[in-house]
Write a protein that binds this ligand. Sequence first.
Ligand code: ADP
Ligand code: MG
Length: 717
Amino acid sequence: MAVLADRLTDVVGARTADALASALDLHTVGDLLRHYPRRYAQRGELTDIAGLEIGEHVTVLARVESTTKRPMRSRKGSILDVTITDGQRRLSCAFFGNQTWRERELRPGRTGLFAGKVTAFRRSLQLANPEYELVDSADELSSVDDFLSRIIPVYPAAQGLPSWRISKAVHQTLEMLDEEPDPLPESLRREHDLLSLFEALHAIHRPRSDAELTAARTRLKWDEALAVQLVLAQRRQSSVARPAPACPPKSGGIAEAFDARLPFDLTPGQREIGEELRADLASEHPMNRLLQGEVGSGKTVVALRAMLQVIDAGRQAALLAPTEVLAAQHARSLRDLLGDLAQAGELGAAEHATRVTLLTGSMPAKQRKQALLDAASGAAGIVVGTHALLGEHVSFADLAFVVVDEQHRFGVEQRDALRTRAGDGVSPHVLVMTATPIPRTVAMTVYGDLETSSLRQLPSGRSPIATTVVPAAEKPAWLDRAWQRLREEVGKGHQAYVVCPRIGDEPPSDKTERPAVAVLDVAPELENGPLAGLRIGVLHGRLPSDDKDAVMRAFAEGELDVLVATTVIEVGVNVPNATLMVIMDADRFGVSQLHQLRGRVGRGDVPGLCLLVTEALDGTAARARLAAVESTTDGFELSKLDLELRREGDILGAAQSGKRSGLKLLSLLRDEELIAQSRRVAAQVVSADPDLAEHPGLAALAAQTIDDERAEYLEKS
Ligand code: ADP
Ligand code: MG
């Protein structure tokens, strides 16, 4: 008999075990039994060949249509060409070598599973030298028990290890499997009506009905969801337990002076979150909070008020931006907001004044040295930079608070690195801000170690953004009209962005797709064509940072009419006088990115307009995405749509999508309720039993989710 921790060698034999280990990285009984079928073929329902993609390793259930044998030219022997079909389309399989027995076996009319890599051969699809297993003859049926049932599990397979060999190994293993204590406590299973692990593993591999399959999936999803949530709950718990620099609010300091001169009223949301942050920062344990809010909802002001509380406590805050352009812009806008409160050490500084210091890698050496000095001496109350700021070379006098702007580029690993940054076992308070609304499920998993706050209203007086798709292929005249429109905006004294997916100095790619439109091509074309006479600037990530800064400044000060740029302007850039944005090859951008980009216009008191130029044709998926962006400005709705369009692994990122530890069944799109339930359960369990000492099953489950590297890290921190 066998248990989940046993090596496969003892159960399925060395040969199969070796194949499973080398092809699929499966080593134990548990590894194999958690290698779930990718899908289930129904006996009699052939696989749709039209859905196959070139390069994929596939297993198809198909019928032999015809076979022909032809001699091989170079060697002795022959090639057997077998055409298989799903009843509609054909797929050709070529077998090499002496094939007399194979020819006898693969008679027209027979049905089998065929596995191999899909290639294109003379404009038709082919499986080269595939492996196969006939499934219709009486003796095959009795030899492979799996095929007795109507449902045939199809496994993620690999070259040399076809689905049915995996199926046989799974079958063998299940026969040997002992029932062990279930990792999920019985009370939990009863409450949520879950199968035992033993039952679920049997049922997912050899379902006798759809209902049984669904029940098995639900149970196994619970394992996945709970494993992630337990780890997150432990992280929250241990993070909260660490010491942090307490920054109680002080009256009569810079924070109050700033509030007194704010030129507008805070929105109720800003006020409320401000209170949350105030309490968090005063604590002797670190804040770990995610602040989400639409572009322009006023996150920066919220963050700045929190930073001022930290300065009042005699400590420092750092603000991290994803790019140097944004860091420079942030430094400028913080200084603008603070006015003479940011002029410490200068003539005419206000009482309680501090200093906002920009520190980036590409600053001139002298300036950089001064900035480093300001950070180390504590003269800078606020240090603004990119993520490189947290590199080892920068030391702070007393860093207590780190604000990370636009966290969608800032993963779990970076957050982990931050937590150890303040030194002496003390963790700084951390606030991550995002303008991309995060669907609830993603917030609960990927960012589940953070508390979340959401700014849902925009400050009043914000102008709406209208969005229109410009189908350049079908209606070229619309593009002409777009440039005309741009000239009109400029004529009214406004400014415009033209955004392109590419810079234009990249080496040519070997893709057949037309390369996306590039900044370095578009700018001169516009200058010599439809936008002749306008003042056009160019901005992209590979400009030297001085140039970037100069261009941004010129645009901000109205010395340029048009900025032709890549997505470096995606986040944070704030030029209220810019009212029009033309996005070229808009279909090359993601939904959230487009939403983010268009947030750059309509920041002043004039309504913004965003034109999505595309050559994608009506009826394509690309056009559907653009139509969605056109139809709503609700970021939460769009983020859900974006989630549907992206692969979930991409969202979870490296840390949680690992081959074996990742989520195999759990869907961030469809399993919101289950995730929420498991989060509550995990929080309860961990608060009563932080180390899971009384829940060995759950402890093992949690350990499974984190790969070695992460586990090591967690112990360290
Ligand atoms: P976000 O960082 O969320 O995109 P910002 O903090 O940059 O938004 O705010 C966008 C603009 O709105 C800024 O010019 C800011 O000064 C202004 N603003 C912020 N809060 C308010 C408010 N309560 N009322 C009016 N204007 C505000
Ligand atoms: Mg911002």
